[in-house]
Design a protein around this ligand. Structure first.
Ligand SMILES: [Zn+2]
Length: 374
């Protein structure tokens, strides 16, 4: 039974942090009539057959023939309403993934979308597109950085239609710049073969790997600073350092490779603007200086920082709960990996300011409930 296979393959990738972090990614299976897509709120690692939403593919296909408002908020909510209406009877309590249209459009029985740090080293790099072409030739479709939701689905559909018309078959691999990868196949074995090829080929081009030895959750004055940050965040702070992070927090120039956002998930969990703070005396960062830096940052960005890097010490994740602080660190750690892998492809490339703003505003509407405070 294919829903069983879909559940198995979802758990397989969901449980592997090289592919999926923090409930990210999504998977689907389709036959002629029905798309089974991951529902929001179910993690891939904890996938169960009833956590997938059954969607009417005829109703989904009809969405392409409709005209939607130009303004992004109105457009996304109109598309969302049509997507909700495409749920099969009995599925009303579930909410399909925001990437449902993209999954439905790909002509493969199984589609697995993930955000591996290794792949994002390529998709979040300056020479990503040329390097992808050099590594994979015509086997892949490269999609330039695009806002998620309807617009992304439409951009991929147009690119895939052109690809299929030219080559007589669809692309099994789609790289989304500053986001991740979609792989499609008609069997679970096919998906595993594709991902094996992706990881092996990109891995073979990596000149330097992240140096995460000496990883610690405590160091020097981290406990005292963590306490101040917990109060400022109105919740909790957690500390992280390792050899790679130690090199990044030497000064603000060395922090540059991780000073902004690579992808949407990082923005949702770790924020788009990490705060970098210098020591205000020779060796320590005092409470007042930290409060001042926090306040300035919040005024400048309109948001409380989720990541606070302290010169010479390491980084803190901060948020309303222990889980939020840990997730911020987990996604920052992923950003560090991406920055290191990107060195092999011309250096790291952040999202543009417009794209970052879109996610920050989108987050309020679509993700807030599911994000930090759980
Ligand atoms: Zn994604």
């Amino acid at each position: 039974m294919s829903l069983t296979t879909l559940t198995e393959i979802s758990r397989y990738y969901g449980a592997n942090p090289d592919y999926i972090l923090a409930g990210g990614g999504n998977t689907s299976f389709k036959d002629g009539e029905t798309l089974y897509i991951k529902g929001s709120g179910m993690s891939l690692a904890g996938a169960v057959p009833e956590g997938f939403v059954k969607m009417d593919r005829k109703a989904l296909a009809a969405i392409w023939d409709k005209t939607y408002p130009k303004a992004s908020a109105e457009r996304e909510s109109a598309v969302l309403a049509d997507m909700m209406a495409a749920r099969k009877p009995g599925e009303e309590q579930k909410r399909p993934s925001v990437e449902t249209l993209l999954h439905d459009m790909l002509p493969f029985a199984y589609v697995v979308h993930t955000h591996p740090a290794l792949v994002n080293g390529l998709t979040c790099s300056r020479r990503g597109e040329e390097e992808a072409a050099a590594i994979f030739g015509d086997d892949v479709l490269w999609i330039p950085s695009t806002n998620p939701g309807y617009v992304l689905s439409k951009v991929v559909k147009t690119a895939m239609d052109a690809y299929s018309a030219k080559r007589g078959k669809p692309a099994e691999i789609i790289f989304l710049q500053n986001h991740g990868v979609f792989a499609g196949a008609d069997s679970a074995e096919g998906i595993k073969a594709i991902y094996g090829k992706i990881m092996e080929k990109i891995g073979g081009r990596i000149k330097r790997r992240p140096e995460f030895s000496n990883e610690t959750g405590e160091k020097g004055s981290s406990a005292a600073i963590g306490k101040t940050l917990s109060t400022l965040a109105g919740g909790k702070a957690a500390f992280l350092c390792n050899n790679e992070i130690a090199a990044l927090v030497k000064n603000s120039a060395s922090f540059a490779p991780v000073s902004s956002a690579f992808n949407p998930d990082q923005i949702v969990y770790a924020g788009s603007d990490p705060l970098f703070t210098g020591a205000d005396t020779e060796t320590t960062l005092g409470e007042t200086a930290l409060q001042e830096a926090w306040k300035k940052h919040a005024e400048k960005t309109g948001r409380a920082p989720k990541i606070v890097a302290v010169q010479g010490l390491g980084v803190f994740g901060a948020g309303p709960s222990e889980k939020a602080a840990a997730l911020a660190l987990e996604l920052f750690r992923d950003a560090v990996k991406i920055a290191v892998y990107a060195e092999s492809f011309g250096g790291p490339l952040f999202m543009t300011k417009d794209q970052i703003d879109f996610i920050n505003n989108w987050e309020v509407e679509h993700f807030r409930s599911s994000v930090s405070s759980k």
